[in-house]
Design a protein around this ligand. Sequence first.
Ligand code: NAP
Length: 226
Amino acid sequence: MPTLLITGANRGIGLEFTRQYAASGWDIIACCRAPQEAEALRAIGGRVSVEKLDVTDYAAVDALAAKLGSRPIDLLINNAGIYGTRNPALSIGDPGEYLRVLQVNAVAPMKVTLSLLPNLKAAKTAKIATLSSRMGSIGLGAGGSYVYRTSKAAINAAMHNLALDLQSSGITCILLHPGWVKTDMGGQGADITTQQSVTGLKAVIDGASLSDTGKFFNYDGSEFPW
Ligand SMILES: NC(=O)c1ccc[n+]([C@@H]2O[C@H](COP(=O)([O-])OP(=O)(O)OC[C@H]3O[C@@H](n4cnc5c(N)ncnc54)[C@H](OP(=O)(O)O)[C@@H]3O)[C@@H](O)[C@H]2O)c1
């Protein structure tokens, strides 16, 4: 069976991705910061192995890649993310916190992806799917939320260019908006459940081919402007 490696697998959208790919019989390397506290993740069973990974611990990212050796990874889902402090209007809050959000949402997914590139290249037709947000679209900008918006705009730009660089390797690299989802981040007033979001996202990922590389998709399969 194909192998999925996913970050932030212990709750929210990441947990539901792990459930749905496990139900499809995939081998899953499910990464989270605190495996000992990840009861819901460990309860999935199936072919899920849980790995401890803080995506901003770059030495740990390299150690995980070394541990995987030449094992092929068919699908990498960069899911881990944070919103950061909700700042008042016309404020970025603490500039140090701004950098922390950039580290988690923009720097870490690139570091994880590039460290695992040999494993992705070892798979026949690998895919990289990165959880962005429509809030990272400059074209759809609505003002405010500068910190989160710029972190997602940054990963959009980086992944779009990586997609171009990897096209000749046959690796499909796409960005995804999951909808406004009922999670700790989205809040309970959000539009859709994790099941609805991930059912849509999984169909987008499973249906994506090299002709889609570098594109930014909504969970319903429609495309977003940058
Ligand atoms: N929910 C929405 O409406 C929405 C909308 C647009 C985009 N998104 C994006 O979708 C993705 C998942 O969001 P969600 O709603 O599921 O969020 P969530 O419920 O807040 O879960 C976030 C996940 O990311 C993990 N994480 C945070 N920092 C990490 C780090 N440094 N290293 C490893 N894991 C880390 C968390 O682990 P811990 O439990 O250890 O903190 C948790 O597993 C994010 O990238 C988010 O920006 C969500």
